[in-house]
Design a protein around this ligand. Structure first.
Ligand SMILES: [Fe+2]
Ligand SMILES: [Fe+2]
Length: 193
């Protein structure tokens, strides 16, 4: 299955070498973090390979496939560029036959996170943000933190992500604020200890 997915990725991203590099970067970062934090590496690889697989599909595709995972109402709270997370989870399930909900939810929440993410979700979320081709200072900072304290790194990524969306005037789903609220508290708690 993994080979088939990699072949498909190469074909889908044949005109987007930067996106393929990003996906491999996310995989490598996820595996590094998975080793440190004790997560299943094949689960992480699968989630990393598939997380952006529908990124360049058109709006009609995004909507049709995303609605297999979430309601119209939920989808409406997300900016269209974020719909690929839901459509990718649906494709992972229906096209590649992946039933492991851990993989599917990790794919689904890789854009804005959510409160109380499980270990696989956190690692995919943070790896997407800090993979090696991303060079801006907040990423470098989050990368250093992620090796020691995943929750703290998730908090930094959420904070920066929200700041960025606010700056560009994007629609920010409540889920992003809820996630930030959750991990900001955890970060504060951690620093007191
Ligand atoms: Fe993505
Ligand atoms: Fe990504």
């Amino acid at each position: 299955m993994m080979e088939r997915i990699i072949e498909d990725l190469k074909r889908i991203y044949r005109h987007r070498p930067d996106r393929l590099r990003h996906v491999y970067g996310v995989r490598d970062m996820a595996v590094r973090l998975g080793k440190i934090h004790g997560a299943d590496l094949d689960t992480l690889r699968l989630a990393a390979y598939l997380h952006d697989i529908t990124k360049y599909e058109d709006e009609a595709f995004q909507r049709t496939w995303a609605l297999k995972r979430v309601s119209e109402e939920t989808l409406a709270r997300f900016d269209k560029p974020l719909w690929h997370a839901f459509s990718a989870a649906a494709v992972a399930k229906e096209v590649y036959g992946i039933d492991d909900e851990t993989v599917l939810t990790a794919i689904e929440h890789h854009t804005v996170g959510r409160p109380k993410m499980n270990l696989i979700e956190k690692i995919l979320f943070i790896s997407d943000y800090i993979e090696p081709t991303r060079l801006y200072p907040a990423c470098v900072k989050a990368r250093e933190i992620a090796f020691n304290d995943l929750d703290h790194a998730v908090n930094v990524a959420l904070e920066e992500g929200i700041r960025h969306y606010e700056k560009v005037g994007g629609k920010i789903p409540d889920l992003a604020y809820d996630a930030h609220h959750h991990y900001a508290k955890r970060g504060g708690h951690h620093e007191q200890n």
